[in-house]
Design a protein around this ligand. Structure first.
Ligand SMILES: Cc1cc2nc3c(=O)[nH]c(=O)nc-3n(C[C@H](O)[C@H](O)[C@H](O)COP(=O)(O)O)c2cc1C
Ligand SMILES: [Fe+2]
Ligand SMILES: [Fe+2]
Length: 395
């Protein structure tokens, strides 16, 4: 599928994947790949091994008998690099373009695959001319791995953005082929792009900010990411999303109450708190962590500016679904939020203290008083504490 006269989309949809990166529930995923046809031809990235055959076929069709001069390796993560061996099997003389770290990783994943004489090792701002198109390479370490680089093409003002600006979900299709130019109207891009960014890249906000800063110096007409749709037209909405997400800034004023319990008493406390907050005009979302996709729960924690973690004590620890949630929050550098805690326990409540320790290990978290302790079920005393917590949350 042509994106412009010279830029062809050769990516593939993977509808059968059950878990992306071994843990994320997705409604399919696209592995995007592109070819620029000029005096010289350049291929951008490959596809997951699950889709090698379809990708090679798209590539071969796009080339119309030509042999690619270059393959640019933006990212060595196997969802984009796994078909490199199939590529070199088909095109043994093509030159690979990467940075020093790219080739180090290529040697680890594919010992002996890329001959020394076929490596073009690029540094920040180095250029490669294809004829009327000129590629400028720009390092984007840790967005999402250390070797990641993005490429700006000057003539058409296109940014090949690697994982940045990616989105979960297979692309819509036309005649069985993924439509990279599909429009996601009325904010329909956001939820799966947010869930993707925060879960996949989330820990590296500072590095994503670095990339945004570099990108702001460029005139960009179109962003071509490695997953999800091409972005064009008014890019400010997407850039604004990335500004918020990568700076750990809340999108909404409101409280996420995430709860985890066994017999419904912790859930009842979560609902009671939600009711008290709504009476005060506060926007509230209540999530049962056992019945919410963990990646979505994490994304929602970043959406709101306040969080309440409510969990029962379980074998003298934190109920596992809550502990898992906290591990992911910490892993993705959750920060800059106000947090309340509700614990429950029937003989020795412990979950509050343990949850508190997680939040104390995070940056710029203001823990709100009181921590509410429920012994089995809400009573007058714990109801009163909930009201005080609602006051603290709504201040
Ligand atoms: C397997 C299991 C282990 C538990 N371990 C503890 C514990 O170590 N300390 C404690 O105070 N309560 C423990 N409890 C009791 C829970 O905290 C109890 O379910 C809770 O107080 C009631 O809230 P819920 O209805 O939200 O589950 C345990 C419950 C279960 C089912
Ligand atoms: Fe990646
Ligand atoms: Fe990726």
């Amino acid at each position: 599928m042509h994106i412009t006269d010279s830029i062809v989309y050769i990516g593939v949809n993977d509808h059968d994947i059950d878990l992306f990166e071994g843990q994320y529930d997705v409604d399919g995923i696209s592995y995007n790949s592109y070819v620029i046809l000029d005096e010289k031809t350049a291929v951008f990235d490959t596809a997951d091994q699950r889709m090698t055959g379809a990708w090679i076929s798209n590539l071969t069709n796009a080339l119309e008998g030509r042999t690619p001069d270059y393959i640019v390796i933006s990212h060595m993560e196997p969802d984009h690099s796994a078909s490199l061996d199939a590529f070199f099997h088909n095109f043994p003389d093509t030159k690979a373009v990467g940075n020093a770290k790219t080739f180090q990783m290529a040697d680890q994943f594919f010992p002996g695959l890329i001959p020394e004489g076929q490596r073009i090792t690029v540094k920040e701002n180095e250029e490669l001319s294809l004829g009327s198109h000129t590629l400028v390479f720009c390092m984007a370490p840790m967005v999402h791995w250390p070797e990641v680089m993005v490429t700006y093409e000057k003539a058409e003002q296109v940014l090949f953005s690697a994982d940045a600006f990616g989105r979960f979900g297979a692309l819509p299709e036309q005649k069985g082929k993924p439509d990279i130019l599909a429009e996601y109207k009325d904010g329909s891009w956001d939820a799966e792009a947010r869930r993707y960014y925060l879960n996949i890249v989330g820990k590296y906000g500072a590095q994503a900010q670095g990339l945004l800063k570099k990108a702001s110096a460029l005139e960009i007409k179109r962003i071509l990411p490695l997953h999800g749709p091409a972005l064009s037209g008014d890019l400010s909405h997407y850039i604004n999303c990335y500004q918020l997400w990568s700076s750990y800034t809340a999108e909404k004023q409101g409280v996420l109450i995430a709860f985890a319990g066994v017999y419904g008493h912790t859930a009842a406390a979560a609902d009671a708190l939600a009711e008290k907050l709504r009476e005060k005009g506060v926007e509230v979302l209540v999530l049962d962590l056992a019945r919410t996709d963990p990646a979505e729960a994490l994304a929602q924690a970043f959406v709101y500016d306040r969080l309440v973690a409510a969990a029962t004590t379980y074998d003298a620890g934190i109920y596992p679904t809550m502990e898992e949630f906290l591990i992911h929050l910490k892993g993705k550098a959750y920060q800059n939020r106000r947090v309340g805690i509700i614990e429950n326990g029937t003989w020795a409540p412990m979950s509050g203290k343990l949850m508190k320790a997680y939040f104390e290990g995070m940056k710029n978290i203001e823990l709100l008083e009181p921590m509410v302790t429920i012994k089995s079920a809400l009573n007058e005393e714990s109801e009163a504490a909930l009201s005080s917590l609602a006051d603290a949350l709504s201040k």
